[in-house]
Design a protein around this ligand. Structure first.
Ligand code: NAD
Length: 272
């Protein structure tokens, strides 16, 4: 997917090093962002969740001439300690972090939020999708000794109800609040923290949501641009936020969803 667009090449990220967390395959949003950052000269360390994903992620990483891959499960402190220690040992300091990680069980991502959210399911969704961001922001900020930029990925389900999104909408609301608080805490160190609210995109995560595909169809039909959210747009926004172009932007949630989020009432069908 990341190859489908005419990716702007240049030097916007030249000399900048950072971490991308959340590449699972070539459709991952983290992969689209990585491809764009690499095309602008960034050096990237990739973290992946467990050995099973390594086989899928390694060829992608090598295809853009990178080789730093570190296993990191965000629910496991020892694994996170080891991952950030490895990056510190390799580079000493970093300039950016991309957090593109979320999880909720299939059983939670369907039907009634009230009926289907268990205590354990809630805890897991919040731990992986929200606490991990706070934890990563803390760890990354310790390595951002000359300032930096941190982004995470969110969705409209944080602000409005979306069928089946359920506990993940609750988690995304917490993630957006965490973005603002982290931006407040880290701003004085010259670290900008922002979130991108992407429209529905065809990834593994979307497949876990019951009726996920119809979220894309609705987006196409109702959005101002009458089109799917593009990887090009999301990766371009990430580049903007992570590069010097995004200077003075902090604590922001930027929607990259073809204008879907501003629609209150969709266009009426033509009258007979
Ligand atoms: P994806 O499945 O490709 O990426 C999700 C990533 O989370 C995977 O790489 C997975 O390995 C990682 N992950 C899950 N649990 C983990 C753990 N315990 N430790 C480490 N990593 C873990 O799907 P995606 O759509 O690219 O999702 C990336 C981000 O974008 C998520 O935050 C998602 O909520 C958000 N987002 C997705 C859409 C969409 O429609 N696809 C829209 C808006 C926001």
């Amino acid at each position: 997917m990341a190859d489908d667009w005419n990716m702007p090449k240049g030097d916007l990220m030249k000399g900048k090093r950072g971490i991308v967390m959340g590449v699972a395959n070539q459709n991952s949003i983290a992969w689209g962002i990585s491809s764009q950052l690499a095309a602008q000269g960034a050096e990237i360390a990739f973290t992946y969740q467990g050995e099973n994903l390594e086989r899928r992620v390694r060829p992608l990483v090598e295809s853009i001439g990178m080789d730093t891959m570190i296993s990191a499960d965000v629910t496991d402190d020892a694994s996170m300690d080891a991952a950030f220690a490895a990056i510190k040992a390799k580079w000493g300091r970093i300039d950016f972090l991309v957090h593109s990680i979320a999880f909720a069980g299939k059983e939670e991502l369907q039907g009634s939020m009230v009926a289907n959210t268990t205590r354990e399911g809630f805890r897991r969704a919040m731990d992986i999708s929200v606490y991990s961001f706070i934890d990563c922001a803390r760890r990354a900020s310790e390595l951002m000794t000359e300032g930096g930029s941190i982004i995470c990925m969110t969705y409209l389900g944080a602000e409005r109800t979306v069928p089946s999104y359920n506990v993940m909408g609750v988690a995304k609301a917490a993630l957006e609040a965490s973005t603002r608080y982290a931006a407040r805490d880290l701003g004085p160190q010259g670290i900008r923290v922002n979130a991108i609210s992407a429209g529905a995109m065809r990834t593994l995560s979307l497949a876990g949501i019951k009726g996920g595909k119809s979220l894309m169809g609705t987006g196409r039909q109702w959005s101002l641009l009458k089109e799917d959210t593009s990887m090009e747009g999301v990766a371009g926004c990430a580049l903007y936020l992570l590069s010097p172009l995004g200077r003075s932007i902090a604590g922001e949630v930027i929607h990259v969803d073809a204008g879907f989020h501003v629609v209150g009432v969709p266009d009426a069908a033509e009258e007979e």
